[in-house]
Ligand binder design. Sequence first.
Ligand code: BGC
Length: 752
Amino acid sequence: MALGITGQVAVAQQPSPPQMKTFVDALMKKMTLEEKLGQLNLLTSGEVVTGSAVSTGVEAKIKAGQVGAMLNMTKVDDIRKAQQMAVEQSRLKIPLLFGLDVVHGYKTTFPIPLALSCSWDMNMIERSARVAAMEASAVGINWTFSPMVDIARDARWGRIAEGSGEDPYLGSQIAAAMVRGYQGNNFADNSNILACVKHFALYGAAEAGRDYNTTDMSRVRMYNEYFPPYKAAIDAGAATVMTSFNEVDGIPATGNKWLMTDVLRRQWDFKGFVVTDYTAINEMMAHGMGDLAQVSALALNAGTDMDMVGEGFTGTIAQSLKAGKVNINTIDAACRRILEAKYKLGLFTDPYRNCKGDRSAELYTPEKRMEARKAATESFVLLRNQQQLLPLKKQGSIALIGPLAHSRVNMTGTWSVSADITQHPSLLEALQKEVGNAVKINYAKGANLTADSMLEVNSTMFGRSLNRDARSAAELRKEALEAAAKSDIIVAALGESSEMSGECASRTDIGIPDTQKELLQALTATGKPVVLVLFAGRPLTLPWENEHIPAILNVWFGGCEAGAAIADVLFGAVNPSGKLTTSFPQNIGQLPLYYSHKNTGRPLAGNDTWFTKFRSNYLDVSNEPLYPFGYGLSYTTFSYSDIRLSANQFKPGGNIKATVTVTNTGKYDGVEIVQLYTRDMVGSIARPVKELKGFQRIALKAGASQEITFTITENDLKFFNNELKYAAEPGLFKLFIGGNSRDVKETTFTLL
Ligand code: BGC
């Protein structure tokens, strides 16, 4: 954005404002209709590209009081200049908000959200959001478009990478932790920024996993399975909400009054403001909801307050007001909510609170990078480790092979718009640093990302090029096999590029791409031990790999310190502890796939795991995932005792305690994530076969045991019934405790 203003910014010395209502009332009395609509207008600088429309005439609009907020600016000087235009050159001097997708860190990037969720470490996740807020606020950002809390159960959907997986309970804990991290306790601390919970609602249920596609589901399912994380973020105080692109009950979320007003504001008591997703108002025309004036009025009347980039509000609402299609009270309410957010942030006291002075020393510090490295080690999931192939010893020689082995720009993962992606060490560089002269590393690229060059182009956008090699697949493979021949062990760094997941990155084949798979098969055929270091933004289908590759470490995209973190785990400085938060399917035909499914009227009987006629199953594959929700190995092993209950029944208002003894039965100290599930055996609606109700992340020394106790109350057993009443129903429950959703100890209790 060329802002054309130079010179020092004088920090506004305003008196501290009186009470919010008095202040906003007084301000709104002075505002023209055009200025009110200006507050509802969010424009992009175009510096970062997150949608196809670009705002024009931004400077003039800011000075004319026609802009309430900007997005996609990352440079503090530009932000300061834009703020200066608003508070020194516009008539009413109302400061701007500056929003950005600070999704998993600002400069210090943490693992992608799906990876972070696999840590099940709420303190660390909260801390990652805190670090992101500290850094973003240092360059003038005061609003992040995060957390993304969409439940996702279809791995074809590329945006599964941006959320916390398939489970509403875990997703809710994470949503709240992230809001706490971004917003802190109050906005007096200028490192706290506004959170924006997105994408409200149901975006993750896009049909067939195709981005922006239709969703359609029952309200019982919405309330029980998809709404909880949004609600948890709002209960934690999220200041803003972003609408989703999809329709809900036939009406696009952005124009859906039931969703934005009845559910969000009336039922959940949300007091902040609602922003659309990028041009979501305008897109309602393509949904078939009318022309721009109609869809803009629809959005405003539904309870949407701010229009992201589309300028439908500034362009048409004045006309609609004259025509009686919208009411001035609705415009005032939206304007007030936005002014209140600015007031709460303290922008009327000091509009430059986040963009004065030089806080660049706070960015990307060694301490913050160390936190990111630790977070990354916690997010990796060890899927296989036959004969204890891992951890590796720092000796001999390693063939490091694959298109992801030496690509700095593919380490941070999708949605790292403010990271210096060329600066973070590649896996090769990080391993070399880690092993020094102790290990000889023989590197070869081995394959291009995909055979199809166009697919590679589309999967490596935003500066993520893998520098497509002009050599043939056979030539690349030959070089890799030569490197393997010289080495004791093969580490294959394969999988997806950063931009193969994320927005508009859906796939219909979620295996390791063709060329790489052939390479892996050739490497396996050498007979040398192969460790697969799997980069991915979604669960991949790995049936062949599961049969033939002795060790598989799923590293997702681990952020700026991913390389060092992978080295930590490969060489055993850190024992992996991540557990999956999405089920890994055996094949794509099983999708959507999730552990908390219903039993159906024709479940497989008893111990049947394979085909039975007239049962709910497939002819060609079992119903089971390849790796279940909650699954992940360690270099050590854990055993679980039977469950001891404090009682077999309890009354509403009471509780029971369930205890197990967990023992580290292996040779390494390790961390285990102990998971509690229940099943409601009889209900007024059909209930899932298992639901996560609690977890504890514990560190156990080799050989040590610990008693783990969970307390179960009536609250844990509540659900929304067919009348959408939230209550627990008396009766028999199963209770399960284990290290994943499949391998559990089991008992029963009764709610009286
Ligand atoms: C995405 C949002 C994002 C917004 C602003 C949209 O394309 O769907 O998640 O926050 O752009 O960048």
